[in-house]
Design a protein around this ligand. Structure first.
Ligand code: HH2
Length: 264
């Protein structure tokens, strides 16, 4: 059990847990470097919030936020760009990012597929039901949530490879909290093994999310314990990348869990 830690660098005024804290590029770069020092293997830089109810921002606005930060970090870190716009992704790759994290899995802007193929960039394909404005209104799955998410991700792998993306450059993410109620999220986390059958590394982002608060009533600033519990269990189920805000604490939890699970 040795997952990679993807540290979150949100350059937004409105992200659900750290909106406004790193809007200044110097502060954002400093935060990214701090996360690297704490053990992050890569940094996910985002300039548009995807929290429930979030409004879209223009590509120009998004690029203005993320490009200076990527330029400041890319010499030192592996950087993924959290965007659904090909124009932003292209500029981010030019600035030194090497992975595109698309929470719409090429549905908002299919040109991201050809772009990643052309640049041999990594691509994260995430499942989301609906869009951020409406996704938590009444999430519903016809069949079984795990089967539905698995079928969706299998289909998006087809779309990405048809656009020329090498299958070994693709990572998959069930999208915890994206168009899912508490039971959907828990079921997905419980049965991650079934998604591993798709044969690609799994990215899991539970960090500070509202499903934790639905379990114990905690506000967003008091969800570290729930983040750690869900991240360690996801790693034990085979998640290979954990997307977290609190890298130091996640790294320590994983080291301790790993030491217990693999005696010398
Ligand atoms: N979660 C968020 C954003 N991007 N990308 C992937 N692949 N997986 C996730 O679970 C995921 C993601 C939401 O978290 P955050 O960036 O902290 O908030 P916001 O979207 O409000 O900026």
């Amino acid at each position: 059990m040795k997952p990679k830690l993807m540290g979150v660098v949100n350059v937004t005024p409105d992200s659900f847990s750290d909106g406004g804290r790193y809007l200044d590029p110097t502060a954002a770069v400093g935060h990214g470097l701090e996360l690297l020092g704490q053990g992050a293997d890569l940094l996910d830089v985002g300039g548009e919030s995807t929290r429930p109810g979030a409004e879209e921002v223009s590509a120009d606005e998004e690029m203005g936020r993320v490009l200076p930060v990527i330029e400041g970090l890319a010499g030192t870190a592996t950087v993924s760009i959290d965007t659904s716009k090909a124009e932003v992704a292209r500029a981010a790759l030019d600035a030194g990012a090497s992975i595109v994290n698309d929470v719409t899995a090429l549905r908002r802007d299919p040109a991201i597929g050809a772009l990643c193929a052309e640049r041999d960039a990594g691509l994260v394909l995430m499942h989301m039901q609906g869009d951020p404005r409406t996704m938590q209104e009444e999430p519903r799955y016809d069949d079984d949530v795990v089967d539905d998410v698995k079928a969706f991700l299998a289909e998006r792998i087809e779309v990405a490879t048809a656009a020329g993306v090498a299958e070994e450059r693709i990572w998959l993410d069930p999208g915890i909290g994206f168009g899912k109620d508490l039971d959907h999220n828990l079921e997905l986390l419980r049965r991650l093994g079934e998604l591993r059958a798709l044969g690609r590394p799994l990215v899991i982002g539970t960090s500070r999310k509202s499903f934790i608060g639905k379990i114990d009533g905690s506000p967003v600033e008091r969800r570290l314990g729930g983040t750690i519990a869900s991240s360690v269990l996801a790693a034990a189920e085979g998640a290979e990348v954990l997307r977290v805000h609190d890298v130091a604490e996640a790294a320590q939890a994983l080291k301790v869990a790993g030491a217990i699970l693999s005696p010398p």
